[in-house]
Design a protein around this ligand. Structure first.
Ligand code: ANZ
Ligand code: ZN
Length: 823
């Protein structure tokens, strides 16, 4: 077809790929494997431009790797449980399953329409019984190992979604989904003991050399390893003691009061009769504030005096014991030795409640006056007012005091992590049921393996009236205790959807395996994922959980993988008019309309050409149009030259005319550049730009009438088509076959370049000084005049003739001569 009709071309090749199972991945010992994965989508309804970009980036790499001869695994599936389905069910008076599977069907069609090279045979949805039943088995094994456990804890509660949120799902004190203000609430919760893996998760970040440093830093901060001491402070009455965690034992001599969390088990006992009412009121108030707000730096420091005192073990000073709103019960020991001179929070607290200040670290060559301080001194310095440690640098004193405390039996060195266990209970219907039974006599009893799976019942009602619809399905909740046989109640909490996304990449290796969650042999072949691609917003949530879960599955004997993702690419957002595309901003571009008008190849080309993958992509209608026009230009070029180059043989380099040689050099330089840009940097935008330049060179080729150049024109045009193949696959396949090639592009392979052909031809320029030949230069034929002049004036053999003279004139005869006149 001489006119470029995207829909016809794209339909034809999508059909071809489907009937030939072109992207099916099977183990092949003869070829190196390459596992490429984009984060799977939530089936929200339809694809948005962020998806188009994400999956286009992935598809370029998949197709490029296949052309390079790799055996590529490139699967796709659906992160299909979660709240929106339930909310939609309430709104539409339908069922979350119906909504979800309809969305999946529609979105699958959209992805196919984009020509993405997935192995659709491996498709999975996490709400498929065949998927979530295996997760229940894993849960029970984690339970047996103590890695899944139930505890009563203060949780982040979203009043609108009526569900618990993980810390990671609270953003600035608000729900990550609906933006309601999050509250604190005490609930019995299932948790995963991710803290058991804190050290390994931290250590292994140093092995992830293929990850962006930014993501690794975020994970390290999230894990938050702190080295310090636990120190005991005896109560004044000698009856008990309070243990604190500090990273600043060097400031121990400056601790003048004690701050406890409102939830500290001793809080009420410490309250004296006069202070009791105030203490109770304070505890009540604090418990209602969520932990994010409590740890926010700008929060007003507040507290209450308990009326009791403890003793500083090194100074014997009497320290009043306060409850303070910024001390959290679930970090360290829930108690802080307060050093107002060297900790800003303690300083503000001491100002407010008039508590004593004692400086124990002095800046070098200075003496701080506590009465004149306006803020805490938190930098390094020299120890003071600290007995035998005076005069030491405070960093050394940290070590010395830690040793001293251990020797005296007052304290010990400790490591603390900021990372908390992962609360996975959700009070929602549309999730994976936690496979346990609650019995009045036996407590929590796991569902026996023979009784798995616990199937999510379909007959729930979605009224939107408070709470978990699953808890109102009597046929589900009613059961007998597997241990004692008495009537019992089935657990109605379901698992956080992040559990499903923590192992889907492993299941893709053997998605139809029926004997267990994973076929070890397949997993060993395909894992780890060689390249993972997704949004930076998952830097801690999903990416940390997935690393944890992989290590758990390893320790349960399911695989031998330590780290799931060797390389990570975090792509930027798609923005329009300076803002992220969103319904609320009204700047959404619908991929359907785009594909309808221009075709999938243009949509892909634009989203790859407009910005490098990590950067935000600024939407531009002209940019889309430009991409479309470029494809049309290539299309016409191919048909224009087709009659002339049909039957052209291989290039014989030395038979080409000078123009022919120049074009050939451009071809091979372009192949080299595109290969490097795609392979090493994923700089698809500069790669595409290089192909565009080559197209210009072919169109402006002056030697096309010389019969000896026909072969090079063919080579040039074929190279353009092959280099474009990963970006615009339908378009490229069509032209490739029109050019008379029998095998498809992926089999034809990625073009190599001729190392000799990319070397610039050189020409010799002679240099004269006052008319006499003095030296010679070798330069590229297209060298710029100013560069040649500069090189001539800096030439070793010329410099002596210029010494002590002034240059009057420099004349350049292009490609031949530089003439210098001196006097
Ligand atoms: C005395 C001190 C003096 C402290 C000083 C700091 C500076 P990271 O680095 O995050 O581990 N802390 C301990 N437990 C706490 C809790 N449950 N809630 C709020 N704060 C708590 O921080 C460790 C420091 O945070 C500890 O060291 C303690 O204050 C405080 F000049 O102890 B420090
Ligand atoms: Zn029982």
């Amino acid at each position: 077809e001489e006119k470029y009709l995207p829909s016809a071309v794209e339909g034809k090749w999508q059909q071809f790929w489907a009937t030939h199972n072109s992207f099916e991945a099977t183990v092949d010992a003869g070829r190196k494997k390459y596992y490429l994965l984009e984060m799977f989508p939530y089936p929200s309804g339809k694809i948005h431009m962020g998806h188009v970009r994400n999956y286009s980036i992935g598809d370029v790499i998949a197709r490029f790797k296949r052309m390079q001869g790799y055996n590529v695994l490139h699967p796709m599936g659906w992160d299909a449980f979660g709240m929106p389905a339930e909310n939609a069910a309430i709104q539409n008076k339908s069922h979350p399953a119906k909504w979800t599977y309809e969305n999946i069907a529609y979105m699958r069609g959209q992805l196919k329409r984009l020509g993405l090279s997935y192995d659709w045979d491996r498709e999975l949805a996490t709400c498929d019984l065949d998927y979530y039943k295996w997760e229940q088995k894993i849960f029970l094994e984690m339970y047996k190992k103590g890695l899944a456990y139930k505890k009563s804890s203060a949780v982040n509660w979203c009043p609108k979604c009526e569900t618990v949120l993980a810390n990671e799902q609270v953003e600035d004190g608000c729900c990550w989904r609906c933006d309601s203000l999050v509250e604190a609430k005490e609930l019995e919760q299932w948790s995963f003991r991710i803290t058991n893996y804190a050290q390994e998760l931290l250590d292994d970040t140093y092995k992830l050399t293929g990850w962006p440093e930014r993501v690794l830093t975020m994970q390290r901060n999230w894990i938050g390893r702190s080295v310090g001491c636990e120190i005991d402070f005896a109560l004044e009455n000698g009856l008990s003691k309070i243990r604190v965690f500090t990273t600043r034992q060097d400031t121990l001599f400056g601790a003048t009061f004690m701050s406890l969390a409102a939830e500290h088990p001793m809080a009420l006992d410490l309250a004296t009769a006069e202070q009791r009412a105030a203490v109770e009121a304070f505890i009540d108030k604090v418990k209602k504030t969520d932990r994010i707000k409590r740890s926010a730096e700008d929060q007003e420091k507040e507290g209450v005096f308990t009326g009791s005192y403890c003793i500083n073990p090194v100074t014997n000073a009497k320290m009043p014991i306060y409850l303070a709103n910024f001390v959290l019960m679930d970090y360290g020991t829930g108690a802080v030795m307060a050093v107002p001179t060297h900790d800003q929070r303690d300083f503000e607290f001491a100002q407010k409640y008039n508590l004593p200040l004692k400086v124990v670290i002095q800046p070098e060559g200075e003496t701080l006056d506590p009465a004149a301080m306006t803020e805490a001194y938190t930098a390094e310095g020299i120890m003071a007012n600290s007995g035998r440690f005076d005069g030491m640098g405070n960093a050394d004193a940290k070590e010395a005091i830690a040793d001293f405390l251990e020797k005296e039996g007052i304290g010990k060195k400790t490591v603390n992590f900021r990372l908390r266990d992962w609360g996975i209970s959700r009070q929602r219907y549309w999730g994976n049921p936690i496979p346990v039974i609650n019995c009045d006599l036996c407590g929590v009893v796991p569902v026996p393996e023979a009784d798995l799976p616990v199937v999510l019942p379909m007959d729930a009602e979605f009224t939107g009236e408070g709470g978990n619809p699953l808890a109102r399905v009597d046929s589900f909740t009613t059961c007998t205790c597997p241990q004692c046989g008495e009537a019992a109640r089935r657990e109605t909490d379901t698992m956080d959807t992040f559990v499903q996304s923590s192992w889907y990449f492993l299941r893709y290796c053997s998605p139809k395996f029926t004997a267990g969650p994973l076929d070890r042999e397949q997993v060993e072949h395909w894992m780890p994922v060689d390249q993972y691609i997704g949004g930076i917003e998952h830097a801690v949530l999903h990416l940390l959980y997935a690393r944890f879960f992989t290590k758990v599955l390893r320790d349960l004997g399911y695989c031998n993988v330590d780290e799931p993702f060797s390389n990570l690419l975090t792509q930027g957002m798609v923005i329009k008019d300076g803002a992220k595309m969103s319904k609320s901003k009204g700047n959404v571009v619908d991929p359907n309309a785009l594909i309808e008008r221009y075709g999938a190849d243009t949509a892909r080309l634009f989203s790859l050409f407009a910005a490098p993958p990590e950067k935000d992509l600024d939407w531009s209608d002209q940019g889309v149009d430009g991409s479309y026009r470029f494809l049309n230009r290539v299309w016409r070029l191919v048909y224009d030259v087709l009659p002339a180059i049909k039957g052209a043989g291989a290039v014989e380099a030395d038979k080409l005319t000078a123009e022919g040689k120049k074009l050939r050099r451009a071809v091979h330089k372009t192949i080299k550049k595109v290969s490097e840009d795609v392979e090493e940097r994923f700089h698809f935008n500069t790669a595409i730009a290089a192909v565009m330049e080559l197209v210009n060179a072919i169109q402006g080729f002056a030697g096309k009438d010389a019969p000896e150049n026909v072969a090079v024109v063919r080579e040039a045009v074929e190279s353009v088509v092959r280099l474009l193949a990963p970006f615009v696959p339908h378009f490229a396949e069509e032209l490739w076959s029109e050019l008379g090639n029998q095998v498809g592009l992926e089999q034809a392979g990625w073009p190599g370049y001729d190392a000799d052909a990319v070397v610039d031809e050189e020409i010799t320029v002679v240099i004269q000084v006052n008319g006499k030949l003095r030296s010679k230069l070798t330069v590229a034929p297209d060298a710029k005049e100013e560069d040649v002049r500069a090189a001539a004036l800096a030439d070793d053999k010329i410099l002596p003739y210029l010494e002590g003279k002034s240059v009057k004139k420099v004349v350049y005869v292009p490609g031949k001569l530089v003439s210098i006149v001196v006097a």
